[in-house]
Design a protein around this ligand. Structure first.
Ligand code: ZN
Length: 83
């Protein structure tokens, strides 16, 4: 936890994905211009897909949602993503 003030909206391009099957965690870098729909777990090989209502695996299993969703939550109104 950092409480340093950030004046500009910040995008976190790294998300720690937790595999729901084996609990394996890995930090992945997210593309800013695309959504990752499939993610293969490094440990057990399971292919993760977004849960219903989520646009990508980072939104479902990551510690940080994908960049378009981050912007939306910050009120930047970028919208879009893959919807
Ligand atoms: Zn796994």
């Amino acid at each position: 936890m950092t409480d340093s003030p950030s004046p500009t909206p910040q995008l976190d391009l790294r998300s720690e994905i937790t595999c729901p099957h084996c609990g394996h965690r890995k930090v992945e870098e997210m593309p800013t211009d695309a959504c990752q729909f499939f993610y293969a777990c490094d440990s057990c090989g399971a292919v993760l897909r977004p849960k219903a209502g989520d646009c990508c695996v980072f939104c479902s299993y990551g510690s940080v949602p994908c960049p378009p969703v981050q912007l939306e939550r910050q009120g930047a109104g970028a919208g879009g993503c893959c919807r």
